[in-house]
Design a binder for this molecule. Structure first.
Ligand code: ADP
Ligand code: MG
Length: 325
């Protein structure tokens, strides 16, 4: 593809490289970034393979948005602010329609989240998108998974379970099953799956407040398990407090909705813990509308996560969340 590679990059990927920290973006041998004084570089990479991480017939724009947003969610979970990203793109051939839709959606999201494209690589092969994001966080203030302590309050941002509901919706329509109960919120749910919102402002605000944080990609129970293991603590979740969207609240089978909220992946909300002495600040931010989050439980001693129902009864869930391997 080398004959067309330069014109392809020029046409589709050279136009959204602005940003105050970008000394050199697309076009040279490598990109150069300024790291503001007193900050640390935070970086993460994710690869999406066609047929594995998204259906082979997924739309170019949807792939682009999801790829960038999922990566930005990792920066949000660290409390970092985006600086820029690189894109390693492997495509089976040059399809201008596809490239133009992919590049337009990516450019739009890059602007929305203030994260310019600063470089990349273009090769031929099975459709694969590898995206690396770079961000900054003030020295020593990154949010880790390892800081939760006994007594801390556990929160999640936004709503849980929507993406899992969307997936079940997609599967149901695949096999042409009878109409199901989720028709009303279909649009909303699919959007939550294809275009998750990286909680970047929340991540930045939580830097000085949260003792631990991560983004929920594999399911609340599975991901909270990373915090409890790395922090050497247990957790108690009050299942009736889980924040469900209006769409999921209207779903007839509430048991199913709660199961999605606990074990469904792909929501990309932040789960974070707050020490008791800082909890009033977080509660104030929530009531002032500065932070969209809900308290769902507490960090306890031990190493287990237990789920309690509305009357304090212990609940058992058999799935630990989506496992990739
Ligand atoms: P080299 O052969 O020196 O690695 P390339 O021809 O791969 O250079 O890339 C030329 C320039 O275009 C570099 O600045 C590179 O970062 C950029 N680039 C290549 N592919 C992409 C892409 N898919 N998106 C953004 N920038 C790209
Ligand atoms: Mg190259």
């Amino acid at each position: 593809m080398s004959l067309n590679e330069f014109s392809l990059i020029e046409k589709y990927f050279a136009h959204f490289g602005q940003g105050e920290s970008i000394v050199k973006g697309v076009g040279d041998d490598a990109a150069i970034l300024d790291i503001p004084k007193g900050n640390q570089l935070v970086t993460s990479v994710d690869t999406l393979v066609s047929g594995v991480h998204f259906p082979q017939d997924a739309e170019a724009g949807q792939i682009a948005r999801r790829a960038l947003r999922v990566n930005l969610s990792d920066l949000a979970a660290m409390g970092a602010k985006p600086l820029g990203f690189t894109l390693a793109l492997t495509i089976p051939g040059i399809k201008e329609d596809w490239l133009s839709a992919f590049s337009a959606a990516l450019a739009e999201d890059a602007l929305t989240f203030n994260c310019p494209l600063i470089g990349g690589d273009t090769t031929a092969g099975l459709l694969t998108i590898t995206l690396s994001v770079f961000g900054t966080v003030p020295d020593g203030q990154a949010l880790l998974r390892s800081g939760a302590q006994h007594g801390d309050h556990i929160y999640v941002t936004g709503h849980l379970g929507d993406a899992a509901a969307a997936l079940s919706l997609l599967k149901a329509s695949d096999i042409d099953e009878p109409k199901n109960q989720l028709r009303t919120g279909r649009e909303y749910l699919l959007n939550r799956f294809y275009q998750p919102t990286p909680r970047l402002p929340a991540g930045e605000k939580l830097r000085s407040l949260a003792s631990a944080a991560l983004d929920v990609s594999d399911g609340l129970l599975a991901d909270l398990g990373h915090i409890t293991r790395q922090s050497g603590v247990g957790a108690q979740i009050n299942v009736h407090r889980l924040p469900l969207s209006e769409t999921l609240k209207e779903f007839k089978d509430q048991q199913q909705a709660i199961q999605w909220a606990l074990t469904g992946g792909d929501d990309y909300e932040l789960c974070f813990t707050v020490p008791a002495k800082k909890n009033a600040i977080v509660e104030a931010m929530i009531s002032l509308g500065e932070l969209n989050a809900t308290e769902i439980g507490r960090i306890i001693e031990g190493n287990k996560i237990r789920c309690l129902g509305a009357d304090g009864e212990m609940l058992v869930f058999d799935e630990a969340g989506y496992q990739h391997f």
